[in-house]
Design a protein around this ligand. Structure first.
Ligand code: GLA
Length: 411
């Protein structure tokens, strides 16, 4: 949640004081077999979202240009399919409650047709509250109507952002009762989930409620395909690293059809260094996170395109097993994460999260901690070079850089 003037003060206060509630207050997580992992999001969704670069300025033309560029840049061939409009497309409701777009989006159906004609899919955004985070019209009291509207336009993805539901419903209906507030929140997400399902159209359902109430435990049971695990990402290393750190312990909740969402990519935004962009992208792939680029595609630099279209790294993200990487260990300021891949292969990420270059005091790789028995043959996924890993080998990494490895046949 971006703390901005557009967010109601009550929501900000709520966000800072509330403690997660769990246990008997909310329904128990469904058994794995009952999870609605269905047809969509069998692997982490890949695409682009308007918010991180355009925020409230996004227009129909920006969406069309971005769709064009996804094709021209080779991103579509690399797997990017969803073109997602975030907040600020909404207009007013008419006398029958039907929501209309605002003047930035003159014809949503025509836009969806355009995006579909390119072989891409279109995503949209709303809130269970009366207003969105940016103060536009939300879906409260119009859930079925809005879901039907999205389906009639040909929408393929909905991001549903809590925001004004907090002061307007949770705090109003259940003052000082956090457990009851959490039940109201769950019911709101359930309501839209059912409304989407009733349309009969496969629509990826993305929860945006910042990880409250251990959302990973209950979201899949009410149709969530992905759920934000944290507040909003920003295009600076500290934000990316903080969010990465908050993913520890969540691996077991991810799998085909239901994913932890550490927020959209900032690759190519702000002043991130090349190493930081590479590490950010690599770790989101390791985490089986949605890969939703958020940069200015028509003006993307070649080195950013190279990162976003790296086939070897995307193959980690899209591995059909969907095993999210686990944090394995750290030494000094170097962290080691790993995930198992189809066919017994393994991906390992070694990240220098500190600001020193490790040339004077190199990090030594402990293969045993990774469950590996002696020397291994690996591929460096950013250079494409094959290499041998030996126990205790020194690894030198520039600050915020990564060594991303794939071991085809671990011993
Ligand atoms: C919240 C979300 C962001 C974005 C904005 C739009 O802050 O977390 O990802 O959707 O709202 O207003």
């Amino acid at each position: 949640m971006r703390i901005s003037a557009s967010l109601p003060l009550a929501a900000i206060v709520f966000a800072t004081v509330i403690a997660p509630v769990s246990g008997s207050a909310v329904p128990q997580p469904p058994a794995k077999a009952q999870l609605d992992s269905s047809k969509v999001a069998a692997t982490p969704p890949m695409g682009w979202n308007s918010w991180n670069y355009f925020a409230g300025k996004v227009t129909d033309k920006d969406i069309r240009d971005s769709a064009d560029q996804i094709i021209a840049s080779g991103m579509k061939d690399a797997g990017y399919i969803y073109v997602n409009i975030d907040d600020t497309w909404e207009g007013e409701r008419d006398a029958s409650g039907v929501l209309h777009t605002n003047s930035k989006f003159p014809d949503m159906k025509a836009l969806a047709d355009y995006v579909h004609s390119k072989g891409l899919k279109l995503g949209i955004y709303s809130s269970p509250g009366p207003k969105t985070c940016a103060g536009f019209e939300g879906s409260l009291g119009h859930e079925e109507q809005d879901a039907q509207l999205y389906a009639s336009w040909g929408i393929d993805y909905l991001k549903y952002d809590l925001c004004s539901f907090i002061p307007a419903v949770m705090e109003k209906q259940a003052p000082n009762d956090k457990a009851a507030q959490m039940r109201l929140m769950l019911a709101a997400y359930d309501k839209m989930g059912k409304a989407l399902k009733a349309t009969g159209r496969p629509i990826v359902y993305s929860f945006c409620q910042y990880g409250w109430d251990s959302v990973w435990e209950w979201a899949p049971g009410i149709g969530g395909n992905l759920w934000r695990t944290t507040g909003d990402i920003e295009a600076r290393w500290q934000s990316i690293y903080d969010i990465l750190s908050q993913q520890k312990g969540l691996a077991s909740y991810a799998g085909p059809g239901h994913w932890n969402d550490p927020d959209m990519l900032e690759v190519g935004n702000g002043k991130l260094s090349l190493a930081e962009n590479r590490t950010h992208f690599s770790m989101w792939a390791m985490l089986a996170a949605p890969l939703l680029a958020g940069n200015d595609l028509p003006r993307m630099k070649p080195e950013i395109k190279e990162i976003l279209t790296s086939r070897d790294v995307i193959a980690i993200s899209q591995d059909p097993l969907g095993h999210q990487a686990r944090y394995i260990y750290s030494k000094g300021e170097v962290e080691v994460w790993a995930r198992d891949l189809q066919g017994g292969a393994k991906a390992i990420a070694i990240v220098n999260v500190g600001s020193d270059v490790y040339s004077t005091h190199p990090f030594h790789l402990d293969l045993a901690q990774l469950g590996l028995n002696g020397s291994q043959h690996a591929k460096n996924l950013w250079t494409g070079k094959e290499m041998d890993l030996t126990n205790n080998m020194p690894v030198e990494l520039p600050s915020h850089d990564i060594l991303l490895l794939r071991i085809a046949s671990p011993k």
